[in-house]
Design a protein around this ligand. Structure first.
Ligand SMILES: [Zn+2]
Length: 118
């Protein structure tokens, strides 16, 4: 199995609800997010790629135009703005375009990653 990954970045705000009193994520705050999309294929295409990295720039355009510097609660709803939910949303967006999608990882900070892998 061959695996490729590409990292993307955006900045956005969010606020999580229903958490215990005093939880810092309940306050309005923002992150410089990192998103790594992963694609796999058992066989390479005629160019020797799982998929040409250049084709993945459509995801960069999507993030820039629809997600970057926005309030994620407005985009995804108040219950769906954890890194875990974002990973699943981005996976669905990518899989609709690239059937080789195997996972998406989302980071809100240098030491934390959430992954969606069906
Ligand atoms: Zn947060």
């Amino acid at each position: 199995m061959y695996t490729i990954t590409k990292e993307f970045n955006f900045s956005a705000s969010h606020q999580l609800f229903g958490l215990p009193d005093g939880h810092p994520c309940a306050r309005l705050h923002g992150h410089n997010y990192a998103v790594v999309i992963e694609l796999q294929a058992a066989e390479l295409n005629s160019h020797g790629f799982v998929r040409d990295y250049r084709q993945l720039s459509a995801f960069k355009t999507y993030l820039e135009e629809e997600v970057d510097h926005r309030h994620l609660n407005d985009l995804f709803g108040n219950a769906s703005v954890t890194a875990e939910h974002l990973a699943r949303h981005f996976f669905a967006w990518c899989q609709a375009r690239w059937p080789e999608m195997s996972a998406v990882r989302v980071s809100e900070s240098a030491r934390t990653w959430a992954e969606y892998r069906p």
